[in-house]
Design a protein around this ligand. Sequence first.
Ligand code: GRF
Length: 223
Amino acid sequence: MTITVLISGRGSNMVAIHQACQRGDLSSNISHVISNEPDAPGLVYAQENGIETSVIDHRQYSERHDFDDQLLTLIENNHPTLVLLAGFMRRLGADFTHALRGRLLNIHPSLLPRHRGLKTHEKALSAQDRWHGCSVHFVSAELDGGPLIARSAVPVESDDTADSLAQRVLSKEHELYWRATQMVLEGRIKWRDGHTDYCGNRLVYPLTLRQLRRRTQRSLSNH
Ligand code: GRF
């Protein structure tokens, strides 16, 4: 089982996934990292760790779907089991998300469905939210709107800035993503008819990090 990771920047979630593979916590490995930004710092980490890297610069495509087609071809050449968006800052069209449905996951820095899109930490602060966090979901054509798999919440402190909040959320992202990915790799979590299926039943509430810890520990110790 192999994973392709799509990045646009520093790629700290990609690093966390890679480290989980190295530790054996994730029963897979990253075989390919693709960036739409030629200077993404995450590419350096991937190269230093012997992972194949590719760049598809979106600026070289006047049509959005040409970029998507090229990206999809490049991904499918490697036949990955799963494709993870990790700080990938391009919107993907319906043909692309349809072609990879059930194999394409994203991590988003908010408690979805609250605060889709960009600047989520600023949005949480200006809405005076008491809780903020991150979500892992299957990707559909709707921006940050695909079926939820798991979420992790952090309290918003009265002296929080967007940066302090982002930092606290990011440390949750780094654990939530690999644990949710492991559940999908094991087939315990699946995309079914546009919903998340958990062990044969429709998942009504996204799993919490605590639930994921219990479930991934149990399954890993069974290996
Ligand atoms: C993360 O907060 C991720 O959830 C969001 O963008 C940020 C990217 O971080 N989509 P990194 O590139 O994984 O470090």
